[in-house]
Design a protein around this ligand. Structure first.
Ligand SMILES: Nc1ncnc2c1ncn2[C@@H]1O[C@H](COP(=O)(O)OP(=O)(O)O)[C@@H](O)[C@H]1O
Ligand SMILES: [Mg+2]
Length: 454
C-alpha cells in the first residue's frame, strides 16, 4: 500500500492512540465543560475515571490543547504510570520537569546499568535538572526525604497542571493514598498547582483509595460510554474524509459491536479503509465487512484477546467434561461465552436458546469440505436444550467443577453479564465472525438490539 495512503488512514482512524487534535474529537461536550470548569476553579483537583478505551486520555489531550483558546495559561506536566511506579518516581518526575528537584531533598540517586545516572540527571549548585545534551525519558530512581505534605506546601506554588494518567496501574494502595494526601494538603494550602488523576475505575474513590476527607476538594469526572450517534459519527466522518462510503447496516453493526467504546469504531474504520484501498473499491457493504473482520479481530489489543482465551480454557476440568473431546469442549464453551455477550439480563434460557440457534446455524453451514472426523466433531456439538442449560450451570457453578470466567458475572436472576465492555465488544465481533455477519445483523435487528449495547 502506498505509504501516503496508509499514513492518511492511520491519521484518521487511530485505534491504538488517543486523540490529540481537537478536530478529530467527537462529542463529550459535557465532560469538556466540566473539566474546564474544574481547571479554572481555585483549589480544585480532578479525578477522571471510566472504562478502559472509553476516551479518558483523549479528553485530557484535547482539553490541554484548547486551554489557550480559553485564555487559560498553565504549565502542563504529564506523567503516565507503569506497573512498577513508586511515589518517588512520579513526584520525582514532576519536580524534575518543573525544575524543582533539590539535592537536599534526595537521599540517593541510583545509577543505571550503563553507569550513567538514570534519566541523565545533572546536579548544578544543589539543583538537579535534566541534562540538556540528552533528551531521554525521565524515570529518576530517587529516594526522597519529602513527604506528601512537604510536596504540597513546598513545590506546589507554580502555575502547573500535573496530569497523572493510568493511575490504576499503581498497585500499591499506600502509594495511591499518598497522592490523595498531596491533594488534601495542596487544597488546604491553597496551592496554585493542580493535580489531574486519570484511570480505569468505576468510581473516583476506588481509584485514589478511600479517602473521604479529600473528596471535598476533588472534582470527579466520569467519562461514560460514548453515545451511539457519536460512535456512528466517528466511522462516517472518517470514511467521508477518505472518500469511502459504507452502508447503514455497517454503521449499525459497528455501533452495536462497539459497546460504547470509540476504540472499536476506529479499529473497524481502519480495516474498512485499508480493504477499500487494497480492493480498489469505494463502497463497503456487509459482504466486505465479513472478510475484513478477521484482520480487525487480529488487531484487537493482546490483553483483551488473552483474557477471553483464558476464559475459554479456565473452566476446563479434567474430572468433568461435557462428554466431548478437549477441543470440542473449548469450542462449546466459546459458544456459550459468545452467546452470553448478546444479553444484558438475558436469562439462561435465552442464552441456551440463542446458543442452540447458533449451533443449528452452524450445522447447516458446515462447509462441504469438512468431512469424516471433523464433521463428526461439528455434529457432536448439537445438544438438546436441557443439556445446554445444564452445561451453562456447570460453566458458572464452582460446585459442579465449572468456573465462571472472571470477565463474566452472574446476576441474582441467573443471567450472565460481561463486566468489561472491551471484552464484550471483542466477543461480539468474534460472534459475528463465527455466526456470520448477516445472521448477527438479522438477529440484532429482529430483536430490537440494534439500539442497545448493554
Ligand atoms: N471523543 C473521541 N472522538 C473520537 N475518537 C475517540 C474519542 N475518544 C477516544 N477516541 C478513540 O478511542 C480510543 C480510546 O481512547 P483513549 O483516550 O486512549 O481511551 P482511554 O484513555 O479511556 O483508555 C482511541 O482509539 C481514541 O482515538
Ligand atoms: Mg488512557
Amino acid at each position: 500500500m502506498n505509504p501516503h495512503t496508509l499514513k492518511k488512514i492511520n491519521d484518521i482512524f487511530t485505534p491504538s492512540a488517543p486523540i490529540v487534535e481537537p478536530g478529530h474529537f467527537v462529542g463529550r461536550e459535557k465532560e469538556m465543560e466540566r473539566l474546564l470548569d474544574a481547571i479554572i476553579t481555585p483549589g480544585c483537583h480532578i479525578v477522571i475515571f471510566g472504562d478502559r478505551g472509553v476516551g479518558k486520555t483523549s479528553l485530557i489531550n484535547v482539553v490541554k490543547n484548547t486551554l489557550d483558546n480559553y485564555g487559560i495559561q498553565k504549565n502542563i506536566v504529564s506523567y503516565t504510570c507503569c506497573d512498577s511506579d513508586s511515589y518517588e518516581n512520579i513526584v520525582g518526575s514532576f519536580l524534575l520537569d518543573t525544575n524543582q528537584l533539590y539535592q537536599e531533598d534526595i537521599k540517593e540517586i541510583k545509577k543505571t546499568k550503563t553507569g550513567k545516572t538514570e534519566g541523565s540527571i545533572s546536579v548544578i549548585k544543589g539543583k538537579i535538572s535534566k541534562a540538556t545534551e540528552e533528551s531521554t525519558t525521565i524515570s529518576p530512581v530517587v529516594k526522597f526525604t519529602v513527604q506528601p505534605h512537604g510536596i504540597a506546601t513546598k513545590y506546589f506554588s507554580g502555575n502547573h497542571l500535573f496530569i497523572i494518567d493510568e493511575f490504576d496501574r499503581i498497585t500499591s494502595h499506600e502509594t495511591r493514598s499518598r497522592f490523595a494526601n498531596i491533594i488534601k494538603a495542596a487544597s488546604d494550602n491553597k496551592a496554585q498547582t493542580k493535580i489531574i488523576i486519570l484511570g480505569v475505575s468505576n468510581n473516583a474513590v476506588e481509584l485514589i483509595g478511600h479517602h473521604p476527607s479529600t473528596v471535598r476538594c476533588i472534582k470527579t469526572i466520569h467519562v461514560p460510554r460514548m453515545r451511539k450517534n457519536d460512535i456512528g459519527y466517528i466511522l462516517k466522518q472518517g470514511c467521508n474524509l477518505l472518500n469511502i462510503s459504507v452502508t447503514d447496516e455497517i454503521i449499525k453493526l459497528t455501533i452495536f459491536a462497539s459497546c460504547g467504546l470509540p476504540y472499536f469504531a476506529h479499529l473497524l474504520g481502519a480495516e474498512m479503509a485499508k480493504y477499500s484501498v487494497k480492493k480498489n473499491i469505494s463502497h463497503i457493504d456487509l459482504s466486505h465487512f465479513a472478510i475484513l473482520l478477521k484482520n480487525a479481530l487480529d488487531g484487537v489489543i493482546d490483553i483483551v484477546k488473552e483474557t477471553f482465551d483464558d476464559g475459554i480454557y479456565q473452566g476446563e476440568n479434567p474430572d468433568y467434561s461435557f462428554g466431548k473431546s478437549r477441543s470440542e469442549e473449548s469450542l462449546y464453551r466459546e459458544l456459550i461465552l459468545l452467546s452470553s455477550a448478546l444479553f444484558k439480563r438475558g436469562l439462561l434460557e435465552n442464552i441456551a436458546d440463542q446458543a442452540n440457534i447458533l449451533l443449528e446455524e452452524k450445522k447447516h453451514s458446515i462447509p462441504d469440505d469438512i468431512v469424516g472426523k471433523e464433521k463428526d466433531n461439528y455434529v457432536a456439538l448439537y445438544r438438546s436444550h436441557d443439556l445446554f442449560q445444564q452445561d451453562i450451570m456447570t460453566l458458572i457453578d464452582g460446585h459442579n467443577g465449572g468456573q465462571c470466567p472472571s470477565f463474566l458475572t452472574i446476576n441474582s436472576d441467573g443471567s450472565l453479564e460481561y463486566l468489561d465492555p472491551f471484552i464484550k465488544g471483542y466477543a461480539l465481533l468474534r460472534l459475528c465472525q463465527f455466526w456470520g455477519v448477516n445472521n448477527l445483523h438479522k438477529y440484532i435487528k429482529e430483536n430490537g438490539l440494534i439500539n442497545h449495547w448493554s
